[in-house]
Design a protein around this ligand. Structure first.
Ligand code: SF4
Length: 283
């Protein structure tokens, strides 16, 4: 019997392919077809809640475009015309392709020829009729948006009305150092958000957790202040997506991370909503 695909089973090897993997996503509410550009488990950040095993610093390796095309065509056909849902014991309620998501074991925009990969996925998914009811999503930490190939990839994403889910776990430089182990400056963050929102629909995805000073009251105020600044500057975000730790971190800090209560997350969501933003909470 094939493994049960549940919202807690996010093993990217479950379908036995290199780049393409299925996830039953609680955030998406059905099947998310993931495309992993980082089979080498390499990322330019090291988030303390990261669930990538043996995470290393680095970039995505060179893409085998022939294999990506072959895997994606095979897998889409398997789901749309085969017995994928039966074979993997997917519950009736989840038997819908909610999205195709470029999201993997590292930062996808670090791929050389990133734009070419987005175009290829967009073309294949479009040919398969996916975009009549499913979304095209790119999950990224947004740190490489100054690169021309990344911007070209965002423009490709936009051709299919795709969405960028831009990671923002703290509105302060010290907070991002603590949570994401990145030295991203405030200026760079705002520049990258400005570029992103000018090229495609952009949502913020924010992981809320307690760890040292992460998500203290002053961190919350800084986040709200940034949202105010973005809105005043005409930077249009489609939505703010708050989520809590869903699965165990593979990082050294794992044991010290704590989930926020749903009450605390909902209270913060209400503060964001009061600024005029659409906000979702996934606890
Ligand atoms: S950006 Fe994503 S892949 Fe990279 S360390 Fe953070 S959670 Fe892991």
């Amino acid at each position: 019997m094939k493994p049960l695909l549940t919202t807690s089973n996010h093993n990217r090897d479950v379908a036995g392919l290199k780049y393409v993997y299925p996830v039953i996503s609680r955030r998406a509410g059905g099947l998310s077809i993931g495309v992993n550009f980082n089979p080498n488990n390499a990322c330019n950040w090291r988030c303390i809640y990261c669930q990538v095993p043996d995470l290393q610093r680095g970039n995505a390796p060179e893409m085998d475009f022939g294999l990506l095309e072959q895997e994606l065509r095979f897998f889409l056909d398997y789901v749309q015309h085969g017995d994928f849902f039966e074979q993997f014991n997917v519950g009736i309620d989840n038997r819908v392709i909610k999205d195709i998501a470029i999201s993997g074991n590292g930062e996808p925009t670090s791929l050389i020829d990133f734009d070419k990969a987005v175009r290829l996925i967009g073309e294949i998914a479009s040919e398969s009729g996916l975009f009549t009811s499913s979304k095209f999503v790119l999950i990224s930490n947004g740190s490489l948006i100054h690169q021309s190939t990344v911007q070209a990839g965002l423009a490709e994403l936009d051709r299919y009305h795709g969405e960028l889910w831009f990671k923002l776990d703290s509105a302060t430089e010290t907070g991002r150092k603590l949570i994401n182990n990145t030295g991203q400056s405030q200026q760079k963050l705002i520049e990258h958000l400005t570029i992103a929102t000018s090229l495609c629909q952009t949502k913020l995805q924010t992981c809320m957790l307690h760890y040292q000073k992460a998500w203290s009251d002053s961190e919350k105020q800084a986040y709200l202040a940034l949202l105010r600044e973005l809105s005043n500057g005409g930077i249009k975000l489609q939505q703010i997506m708050l989520y809590s730790l869903a699965r165990k971190s593979y990082q050294a800090e794992a044991e010290q991370l704590e989930r926020l209560s749903i009450e605390e997350m909902n209270a913060f969501a209400a503060d964001i909503k009061a600024l005029g933003y659409d906000v979702s909470v996934s606890h």
